[in-house]
Every structure is written in C-alpha cells, then in structure tokens.
Write a protein that binds this ligand. Structure first.
Ligand code: SF4
Ligand code: SF4
Length: 189
C-alpha cells in the first residue's frame, strides 16, 4: 500500500491509532463501570457517569424550542383555516404534502382541503411550508410532539384529521399537558 505524503509513518501503519482508540474506549468502560457501581451503593454521587438513553423505553426531554411537529390551525368555529391554495405543497422541497381541494356550496368562499396529508417519513422539517402559507394555516410550533406514530409506513402519514386534532389538543391541554401525555408511555423522563 502506497503511503500518502501527508501521512507520517506511524499514521500509515495504523497500529498506534488503533491502540489509542482502544485505550480511550477501555478507559470510559472502566470509569463508567466503577462510577455506576459506586452510585448503586450511594458513593461518588457528585461525579456523573456517562449514561445512554435507553430508547425507546426512555426518552430525552425535547428542548423548549423543538419544532418537529406540524399542525393545521383552526378558525373560531373549529373548521380548518387552510384554503387549499397549494402554496405549502409547492414550496415543500421533499414533496411530502398531498392536498385535495374541495369547494363550499357558496363559491364566493375560499376552498378547503378535503384531504391534507404530510408524509413525515419524507419530511425534512425545513419549515418552508409554514413560511409559504399566506394565512397561518399550518404551523410547526414548540410544545407539540409527534410521539410514537406507529410501526408501518402508512401510520407515519399525518392526515388532516390528525393535524387538526393536534391544534385542538394544544388549545385544550396546553404545551405542558401535551408534553405530559407524550412522556406517559415511557418509564423515565
Ligand atoms: S417542513 Fe419542509 S419538508 Fe416538511 S412538509 Fe414542510 S416544507 Fe415539506
Ligand atoms: S396550509 Fe396554507 S399554504 Fe398550504 S394549502 Fe393551506 S392555506 Fe395554502
């Protein structure tokens, strides 16, 4: 194997780097083993041991400014605010918003979405849809959590009903209430 000019001889043979990596790994392994054991018996509580989040049994608290969940906002009469103008779907770089527009019997009133789906497996959470909306009908605001959506691909498509329900729940339970609901199925926070 030819040695590149930027590499020293010791880098080229890899062995010192492999040994260095093993030393770091073993240092943390032994340190954590010692500290976790000491914590069990009530010692060294002031020194933190590294711990791994035991996902999915355990979840980390999201930062307060987490905005990883969409919702469709509602009018005062609880109908959907969206007018099915397609601007969000056009702005979406992941092409993950699917809208079917419907018309009210009174043609002077703007349209509404019969269907409004967001495929969260394709979404890159860029927020362009929120910025594109001229009537504040779609939001990704803090305090809303997607939770465990399911185990099949179809369950990760958030429908109009799901997105509207999120707005209803937020109005009813508030951000803290939604968070408590979100963490309830998990043993630890
Ligand atoms: S956040 Fe971005 S990727 Fe996701 S639906 Fe909105 S525009 Fe599309
Ligand atoms: S959410 Fe806003 S941008 Fe998207 S279709 Fe509805 S009104 Fe238009």
């Amino acid at each position: 194997m030819k040695r590149s000019e930027e590499m020293t001889f010791w880098e080229w043979i890899y062995i010192p780097e492999i040994l260095r990596g093993l030393a770091i790994t073993n240092f943390h392994f032994v340190r954590n083993l010692f500290l976790h054991t000491a914590h069990l018996f009530g010692f060294k509580k002031d020194i933190n041991a590294t711990s791994t989040t035991q996902y999915p049994d355990e979840r980390k608290r999201y930062p307060d400014n987490f905005r990883g969940s969409h919702r469709l906002t509602l009018r005062e009469d609880a109908s959907v605010r969206c007018t099915a103008c397609f601007l969000c779907a056009t702005a979406c770089p992941a092409e993950c918003i699917y809208i079917e527009a419907g018309e009210y019997p009174d043609r002077s009133v703007e349209k509404f979405p019969i269907r409004y789906d967001i495929d969260t497996l394709r979404c890159i959470y860029c927020g362009y849809c929120v910025e594109a909306c001229p009537c504040d009908a779609v939001r990704m605001d803090s305090g809303t959590h997607p939770g465990n959506l399911g185990f099949g691909r179809k369950e990760f498509v958030e429908t109009k009903e799901v997105l509207m329900k999120r707005s209803e729940d937020l109005a009813e339970k508030g951000k803290e209430g939604l968070y408590e609901e979100y963490v309830k199925p998990y043993r630890h926070v």
